[in-house]
Design a protein around this ligand. Structure first.
Ligand SMILES: *[C@@H]1O[C@H](CO)[C@@H](O)[C@H](O)[C@H]1NC(C)=O
Ligand SMILES: *[C@@H]1O[C@H](CO)[C@@H](O)[C@H](O)[C@H]1NC(C)=O
Ligand SMILES: *[C@@H]1O[C@H](CO)[C@@H](O)[C@H](O)[C@H]1NC(C)=O
Ligand SMILES: *[C@@H]1O[C@H](CO)[C@@H](O)[C@H](O)[C@H]1NC(C)=O
Ligand SMILES: *[C@@H]1O[C@H](CO)[C@@H](O)[C@H](O)[C@H]1NC(C)=O
Ligand SMILES: *[C@@H]1O[C@H](CO)[C@@H](O)[C@H](O)[C@H]1NC(C)=O
Ligand SMILES: *[C@@H]1O[C@H](CO)[C@@H](O)[C@H](O)[C@H]1NC(C)=O
Ligand SMILES: *[C@@H]1O[C@H](CO)[C@@H](O)[C@H](O)[C@H]1NC(C)=O
Length: 479
């Protein structure tokens, strides 16, 4: 749901709604226009292995909602733009939607918000009259089920709603939307919800015709002669992201409705583009997202709202190769579908998430032939020289006592030792590499950063088939 190009620059943010003393968090969007979409189980495993605590879905896919059960991950589910029309015209359609797509998964799946449509006003303007009614009906359905205090209703809006975002202090919503925006903000205010903002400095920069330095879009320090200052407030804007978020706060102020926090539901940077998209590079994408994460986790707000953290969802988990449009449109993902990171990034400040060649693991493939797995284990632990003590009875990696699990341990131990000497991860086709750390409980795989030792969970991702065990509320990480 990348918005059309927009003038000006901006940015994102949000806040810990229930408990803002927890500070800001960074979540991720999961788009599914992907040819080799991993199974819902593998998606959940990738999220957990990378300690991702918040996700946004564009729909309410049953498989992924089930796979997210008991993971502690907080979920925004989406009403698709197509569904908005029907729901906006019928309270009973809204109630049925809530029952089928939300209530059915609670409480195991921690759904905390419903995003009604995606950039509805700018992408399907003729649906404007039903947008707020749809949100109202959904909210009433939640009230009827007594779910309204735990689940917020909102609707992500593009920065294109604000024609001139800079300087932020003079920004206003496009007046064509006056009445809808007014109703929308009233609704958000009355229901204690938040404004969902999709803010892309990438588009602000690339469509800005050179007005803004790229460092401003990438959260890099600006030389003193290029500081971006709002002439009315004299606030310094260190990044376009902050300016975009503030432009949205000021636009709300301009219609005299304030006190609604902003959550950035989308931002990111594409890592590959066509020949006419020179700014879509791995280096820029990595710089943007790294700096974004640092920015959000520092817990400060934009200049006009310094105490409101800017909670943010990065766009996006996987590259959506099936999306139409320019090359860049298909390359916003942080991960390939095999779980390998496109570039190194940690969504929490303290953990290395993935991507280093040093954090590649070798594990058994799911559904591999058990006889071949047994041969592989015997070889790895024998001739291969792997240290297989941990999978002996009574040792931390013995359970689950399956060839699949034991093979993963043995293969990886061999691979970590022998890779630099040319050892491969194949084992007669029963092995595969992954950046997802297969460690669990006290079973620590060689090469692991030992970060996932506390939960007692069953192995995740590409490992042995097992439920996503014990509920683990992942901690909010701070810088
Ligand atoms: C779901 O998320 C909310 C918001 O952070 C949190 O307060 C609640 O404890 C979570 N519920 C479960 C079951 O984890
Ligand atoms: C405001 O929105 C209308 C309707 O989409 C559009 O025609 C107009 O150009 C916009 N105004 C500005 C200043 O962008
Ligand atoms: C929208 O509201 C603004 C501020 O109240 C006003 O100046 C403008 O005329 C309104 N526009 C329309 C199209 O109603
Ligand atoms: C907002 O409030 C101010 C001060 O009360 C008032 O002057 C202004 O007309 C109001 N604007 C709108 C759009 O209602
Ligand atoms: C947090 O980020 C803001 C915006 O870039 C910056 O002004 C502020 O100094 C940072 N605070 C800390 C403690 O790093
Ligand atoms: C990742 O690679 C970089 C550069 O090679 C290195 O400095 C860093 O320590 C590595 N991080 C981890 C977690 O291995
Ligand atoms: C994962 O997929 C990407 C893209 O297809 C590929 O470049 C990478 O080598 C793969 N990684 C592994 C560990 O198979
Ligand atoms: C991980 O844990 C193992 C076993 O407890 C230990 O030997 C190893 O040094 C640890 N590695 C790191 C990077 O902490």
């Amino acid at each position: 749901m990348v918005p059309d190009k927009q003038l000006g620059a901006l940015l994102i943010l949000l806040l810990g709604l229930v408990n803002d003393t927890l500070g800001g968090y960074v979540g991720i969007n999961i788009g599914t226009d992907v040819s080799n979409m991993p199974s819902a189980f593998d998606v959940a495993a990738i999220l957990q292995a990378n300690q991702i605590t918040h996700v946004r879905l564009y729909d309410a896919d049953a498989h992924i909602l089930k796979a997210l059960a008991d993971t502690g991950i907080e979920v925004i589910v989406g009403v698709t733009n197509q569904e908005v029309l029907g729901i906006g015209e019928s309270a009973s359609t809204a109630a049925a939607w809530v029952n089928k797509n939300v209530a059915a998964y609670l409480p195991s799946t921690n759904i905390t918000a419903i995003a009604v449509g995606s950039e509805v006003l700018t992408s399907i303007p003729n649906a404007a009259p039903v947008l707020v009614p749809a949100m109202n009906y959904i909210h009433k359905a939640l009230v009827a089920s007594n779910l309204n205090s735990q689940i917020k209703v909102s609707t992500p809006q593009s920065m294109d709603m604000i024609p001139r975002p800079f300087p932020p202090s003079t920004a206003t919503f496009n007046s064509s939307w006056n009445s809808t925006v007014y109703q929308l903000l009233q609704f958000l205010k009355n229901t204690n919800s938040y404004y969902m903002l999709n803010a892309y400095p990438y588009y602000g920069y690339t469509s800005g015709g050179g007005i803004f330095p790229i460092d401003y879009a990438l959260f890099q320090p600006l030389p003193s002669v290029k500081q971006i200052v709002d002439p009315n407030t004299l606030f310094h804007y260190d990044s376009m992201f902050d300016a975009m978020v503030d432009a949205t706060y000021y636009s709300m102020d301009a219609i005299n409705i304030s006190g609604i926090p902003i959550v950035v539901t989308e931002t990111g940077w594409p890592w590959l583009g066509g020949t006419n998209e020179p700014d879509a590079t791995v280096e820029n994408a990595e710089t943007f997202n790294k700096n974004l994460i640092r920015r959000v986790l520092n817990d400060s707000g934009p200049p006009s709202q310094p105490n409101l953290p800017i909670n943010t969802y990065i766009y996006e988990l996987f590259n959506e190769d099936k999306r139409p449009g320019p090359v860049s449109e298909k390359n916003w993902g942080l991960f390939f579908t095999n779980g390998t990171a496109v570039y190194t990034l940690s969504l929490s400040a303290t953990d290395q998430i993935a991507g280093n060649s040093s954090s590649v693991f070798c594990v058994s493939k799911r559904n591999a032939d058990p006889d071949k797995l047994k041969e592989g284990i015997d070889w790895a632990c024998g001739q291969g020289g792997a240290n297989c003590n941990a999978i002996q009875q009574g040792q931390p990696c013995y359970s689950p006592n399956t060839f699949q699990s034991h093979a993963s341990y043995a293969y990886n131990d061999y691979y970590q030792k022998m890779r630099s000497a040319g050892g491969t991860c194949d084992f007669d086709g029963t092995a595969t590499t992954t950046s997802v750390d297969p460690s669990y409980g006290n079973c620590i795989y060689r090469g692991s950063l030992n970060k996932s030792t506390s939960s007692g969970m069953a192995p995740v991702a590409f490992g042995p088939i097992s439920p996503m065990g014990g509920s683990t509320k992942l901690p909010v990480k701070k810088v």
